[in-house]
Write a protein that binds this ligand. Structure first.
Ligand code: MN
Length: 391
């Protein structure tokens, strides 16, 4: 079986439609350039019927990056599909991504439609989309909570109508790895090699990455994800996390992507500077503390051999260097190194003096700035310097 997994980035669509994440067209273009550099396979640039800005964003990304596979979202409705098709006119490899909810709860309360009506609408939308483009993806919204028999029926019908990718989203982040893997395995078996099975997981229970991995093991070959895991509510599967799991634990997950991982951190930084928030400090891979060490035992081990406490070389994800945070948990070894980095080669007596001050000061602080450490090192050398002796 082919082990190449397609990375479908939806930072500019699902990510962008969440609170605090709106992006205008120039901002989406800047982010798109980073995503292209990162090597995403499919770039979902917007939901053209939703707003003029979304239409323009898809159009602008299609013009600016004509060789990239650009996707536009559309409900399974004539006007949506036509609008998506128009926004993609300049793309060389356009994809129309049409969706319709298939779970009973959505059918009953949101759509007020029968299963047959939904099936017919999905098939019509895919057929219409195929009159504009060759590459059509169908998403069965709330797929994880859909009756598997019906989901299989819809999946087969949209593929017969011309869809090349069938996405089974866990729209509300409710599924678990074993349950989701089972469902995806069943759909993969039903479709065989007639279509790529895709996954789109939300993180409401913190399982988006785990669920996506379970799906890949079960045969899915496209993962929909976002930089920094932004997206509706608790967000989507985090691009940097899923990619680094498959790279770092290739022994357990022998799959490859086209992502140039050294651009992960720069992409995360750019996104943070465009939207209104960055990842939390302890966020895996791209958080401020992801490669920071404060505890003395950890710092000592790290300085002797980085792999004692680091499973990923920070440079491989574009983080400039590991950060040893000097605080109350630090030891002499890390302090001596930092002072040397700052240009102070301290004698054992001088180091003792600085170490004493650091532990006293750091007790009341959350970590020390380089300038504070430099000042202490300077003072220690002044104090320890031999005093002029009078006669
Ligand atoms: Mn979503």
């Amino acid at each position: 079986m082919n082990n190449r997994v397609w990375i479908f980035d939806t930072t500019l669509r699902d990510g962008e439609q969440s609170p605090g994440c709106s992006m205008n067209v120039p901002e989406k273009l800047r982010m798109a350039a980073k995503l292209v550099e990162l090597g995403v396979d499919i770039l979902e640039a917007g939901f053209p019927i939703a707003s003029e800005g979304d239409f323009q964003a898809v159009d602008a990304v299609s013009r600016e990056f004509p060789w990239v596979q650009v996707a536009a979202l559309a409900r399974s409705m004539k006007l949506d599909v036509e609008r998506a098709a128009r926004s993609l006119e300049k793309a060389k490899r356009p994809r129309i991504h049409t969706f319709l909810a298939t779970s009973d709860i959505h059918l009953k309360y949101k759509l007020k439609k029968s299963r047959q009506e939904v099936l017919d609408a999905a098939v019509s939308a895919v057929e219409l989309a195929r009159t504009y483009v060759d590459d059509v993806e169908f998403s069965a919204e709330d797929g994880a909570r859909t009756d598997p028999d019906y989901l299989e029926q819809v999946s087969k019908a949209v593929v017969a109508a011309g869809a090349r990718t069938v996405n089974i989203p866990d729209t509300v982040g409710y599924s678990t790895p074993d349950e989701y893997g089972e469902l995806i395995g069943r759909i993969c078996k039903a479709l065989g090699d007639t279509a790529v099975v895709s996954v789109h997981c939300h993180d409401d229970l913190g399982l988006a990455v785990a669920n996506s991995l379970a799906a890949v093991k079960a045969g899915a070959r496209q993962i929909e994800c976002t930089v920094n895991g932004i997206g509706e509510r608790a967000g989507n599967c985090s691009l940097e996390e899923i990619v680094m799991v498959m790279k770092t634990r290739h022994d357990r997950y022998p799959y490859t992507t086209g992502i140039h991982t050294e651009y992960l951190f720069p992409a995360s930084q750019l996104l943070s500077s465009i939207i209104s928030f960055g990842p939390q400090p302890n966020k895996a891979i791209v958080g401020k503390n992801a490669f920071a060490h404060e505890a003395g035992i950890h710092q000592d081990g790290f300085l002797k051999e980085p792999t004692t406490y680091e499973i990923i070389n920070p440079k491989s994800v574009g983080v400039p260097e590991s950060r040893l945070v000097l605080g109350k948990h630090s030891g002499r070894h890390a302090l001596k190194n930092r002072c040397e980095d700052l240009g102070y080669h301290l004698s054992p007596a001088e180091l003792d003096l600085v170490y004493q001050q650091v532990t006293e000061l750091a007790d009341n602080k959350k970590g020390l700035m380089d300038e504070e450490i430099a000042a202490m090192a300077r003072r220690s050398q002044e104090q320890a310097a031999p005093q002029p002796v009078g006669d």
